[in-house]
Design a binder for this molecule. Structure first.
Ligand code: PEP
Ligand code: MN
Length: 337
């Protein structure tokens, strides 16, 4: 339920309404626009009699929210949310680009890639230390040592770091060391993990599950936000369809859909969507054209020998060329890169 106050409604009257609702056990999510205040009401309002409020003449209107997600709902927060990742704002006019290898393989590898992507204009460095692999016999990541190498690359380049968390027992270490914590597609509905991530304030990059609907994906963001962590960035990374030519099918329509339903920033991962390095460039361009707030792209200096996802990784020179080409597209859609 949303309460829209009349423009310039006195603060005293708003507080009276707040007290009435809080007495009923509801939580209030307040959003202040230029001269209009909204109260988003969280809780089971189905049995609540709105007539008890309508007599307050400071209220313009009361609306029911149809969707099951509240805090993530654009009705609760009509303006785009800006999520600040170590000083890098996601969700504003400027597009942010996260780039780096699928996995951290050595200190030299991640630092040299970090230097190259930074030179090309990337704003954050990615690199997996804990890797969710389909096969238990595949490289599982360098784990804690990988985090140390990422930190060294950050110290060298100044780029904030993004890496995937797989279990709640690592949260303390991640809060200490990581700027943007990635929840991978396979963990999008690990509700216990999401609840724990709701208790921290480090921003979360929430990837869409392999077969998750848009509503299920936003509900997972709601889990994190319900705990109090509103710093969520969504990431479309392709979904399972009947098509096998590409690794996944990039759901470009999800970007405008999510922007309509939610105020959260959305970035696109063309690398995991395509699974093919040569398709990353056109998909990245399409993502910017349909309104993505940023991109996450896998870049490797020796993709033929990468320990993970070499086939979808761009070499630094191609990444650099892509970054220049994206500038023009960003400008056409009123954004900046
Ligand atoms: C990754 O970013 O390397 C990754 C494993 O992504 P996803 O969870 O989207 O498959
Ligand atoms: Mn990968």
């Amino acid at each position: 339920m949303i309460i829209v106050f009349k423009p310039n409604a006195p603060q005293e009257s708003k507080l009276k309404v707040r007290a009435k609702l809080e007495n009923q056990g509801f939580q209030i999510h307040e959003s202040n626009g230029l001269n209009i205040t909204l109260y988003g009401i969280v809780g089971d309002t189905s049995a609540f009699d709105m007539r008890t409020l309508i007599s307050d003449d400071c209220i313009e209107k009361i609306m029911r929210v149809q969707e099951p997600f509240k805090r993530a709902n654009r009705m609760f927060h009509p303006e785009d949310s800006i999520v600040n990742v170590a000083g890098v704002p996601f969700g504003g006019r400027k597009l942010q680009v996260i780039a780096g290898p699928c996995s951290v393989e050595s200190a030299e590898q991640v630092t040299s890639i970090a230097q190259e992507v930074k030179m090309a204009g990337a704003n954050l460095l990615r690199g997996g230390a804990f890797k969710p692999r389909t096969s238990p016999y595949s490289f599982q990541g360098l784990k804690e040592v990988g985090l140390d190498y990422l930190k060294a690359a950050r110290a060298e380049t100044g780029l904030p770091i993004v890496t995937e968390i797989m279990s709640a027992d690592k949260i303390e270490r991640f809060v200490e060391d990581v700027d943007l914590i990635q929840v991978g597609a396979r963990n999008m509905q690990n509700f216990e993990l999401l609840k724990e991530l709701g208790k921290i304030r480090t921003p979360i990059l929430l990837k869409r599950g392999l077969s998750a609907t848009i509503e299920e994906w936003i509900m997972s963001a709601e889990y994190i936000m319900a705990g109090g962590n509103e710093n969520v960035i969504l990431c479309e990374r392709g979904i399972r369809t009947f098509e096998t030519y590409t690794r996944n099918t990039l759901d470009l329509s999800a970007i405008p859909a999510v922007k309509k339903l939610s105020h959260l920033p959305v970035v696109v991962d063309p690398s995991h969507a395509a699974g093919l390095w040569w398709m990353v460039e056109p998909l990245a361009k399409a993502a910017v054209a349909v309104g993505a707030d940023g991109l996450i792209i896998e870049v490797h200096n020796d993709p033929e020998h990468a320990l993970c996802d070499g086939a979808q990784s761009l070499k630094p020179d191609r990444f650099s060329r892509l970054m220049s080409e994206l500038k023009g597209i960003a400008q056409i859609v009123g954004r900046e890169l």
